[in-house]
Design a protein around this ligand. Structure first.
Ligand SMILES: Nc1ncnc2c1ncn2[C@@H]1O[C@H](COP(=O)(O)OP(=O)(O)OP(=O)(O)O)[C@@H](O)[C@H]1O
Ligand SMILES: [Mg+2]
Length: 365
């Protein structure tokens, strides 16, 4: 799967324009603040309906405009397909070809992308929310419907917490009805996260052994935010929520559940967060990210488009070389942004199309 071209209108600082992409490596070069990340963000949004930044979707509308439009001509499962998103202050509208799409699940999955940003490299040492987001992004790549499950879970969790926070006497029956909804969606969320962590361990270990010479053994240990049983069942989560209700009332919040899921990365059975060097930690993060691309291809034979935003600036030259060798070896369409002249030099023989990004204009050079 690949993107033939993308047309933008009213997207952040980017000018109204069409960007024609190559099926191989596309390199976006420019100084800070010119629109490189915005370009990748627009593509990520077109594919997943979400930004990879923590942003309100309306923020992407250019300050001088009322609405933003992203239009992509893609080859999806060997078939040409036109995708279009219109974002206004009122919300979002979608089209596939001429057809307006109201059911999001019909749309998702037609274009698959995997984005790496410098934030991803904090996966080992950062807080658990980074790892939860990572797990959800990966699951979403395989099962687009996961997004809705997470949303339904979050809605139930918020509602339950709101009740627990209200200082009046808590209506236990009402809390229980939210516990039921929460446990149905929540168990699915935890189960999907657990499965994905188990699934990427082996490919990630292999990749890590190519990235790092140290040859330490990678381990991944999933840590559910509740004492999940073997089958990670909704009944089990419901029992836990019910038995923990008194504690939750005292603490004014839901103290156990998928909102506390996490996983630990181990090197030779030691916590990578506590003991690994920064370089090793980044290698671990890269290995996990690369592993999911391989898994995505295995899952449905579709090669996701890879978006690498400024990742190289955080890596030493050896790791950078390894990263690009691995990524290029996959044969997917790749979009790389950089401010770094050295990287441009390193990749020059492999780059199929080069763009200069300046003041919101993305021009092939
Ligand atoms: N809604 C918006 N309307 C207009 N401009 C915006 C909007 N949102 C962000 N911008 C501007 O877009 C510009 C480019 O941002 P972007 O993150 O793409 O830069 P970049 O080329 O990736 O830079 P860096 O190399 O520093 O990462 C920023 O200067 C920002 O102020
Ligand atoms: Mg940037």
């Amino acid at each position: 799967m690949y993107i033939r071209n993308i047309r933008l209108n009213g997207y952040r600082n980017l000018k109204k324009q069409t960007i024609e992409l190559d099926t191989g490596i596309n390199l976006f070069i420019g100084d800070n603040g010119q629109g490189k990340t915005n370009t990748l963000e627009a593509i990520h949004l077109l594919a997943t309906l979400r930004s990879f930044r923590n942003t309100n979707i309306r923020d992407i509308i250019c300050h001088d405009d009322q609405e933003a439009e992203i239009y992509g001509s893609v080859i999806s499962r060997d078939v040409p397909l036109e995708l279009r998103i219109l974002i206004t202050q009122e919300g979002r509208r979608l089209w596939m070809g001429q057809r307006s799409v109201s059911v999001v699940s019909d749309y998702l999955g037609s274009l698959k992308v995997v984005a790496f940003t410098p934030d991803d490299l904090d996966m080992v040492k950062g807080g658990p929310s980074i790892r939860r987001k990572f797990m959800d992004r990966v699951v979403f790549l395989f099962k687009p419907e996961h997004l809705k499950t997470v949303r339904d879970f979050n809605t139930a969790l918020k509602a339950r917490n709101r009740l627990l926070k209200s200082k009046q006497v808590v209506d236990r029956q009402v809390v229980d009805s939210f516990s039921q909804t929460l446990s149905i969606h929540g168990a699915k969320v935890t189960r999907a996260r657990k499965d994905i962590i188990e699934r990427i361990l082996e490919p990630a270990s292999k990749i890590l052994s190519h990235l790092d010479d140290d040859q330490e053994q990678l381990g991944l240990c999933f840590k559910p935010g509740w004492a999940a049983n073997e089958s990670v069942s909704a009944d089990c989560l419901l029992d836990i929520l019910r038995s923990g209700l008194d504690q939750d009332i005292r603490r004014y919040k839901t103290t156990r559940g998928p909102q506390l899921d996490d996983f630990e990365i181990l090197l030779d059975n030691e916590s990578a967060r506590r003991f690994a060097s920064q370089g090793q930690q980044r290698s671990c993060a890269l290995a996990l990210l690369l592993a999911i691309i391989g898994q995505a291809v295995e899952e449905d034979g579709q090669r996701p488009v890879i978006l690498l935003d400024d990742v190289s600036s955080e890596l030493d030259s050896k790791r950078r070389k390894q990263l690009f060798e691995q990524v290029i070896g996959l044969g997917n369409q790749v979009l790389v942004t950089t401010t770094d002249k050295d990287l441009v030099k390193d990749l020059s023989s492999k780059t199929r199309r080069k763009f200069i990004v300046s003041n919101g204009r993305v021009e092939a050079s």
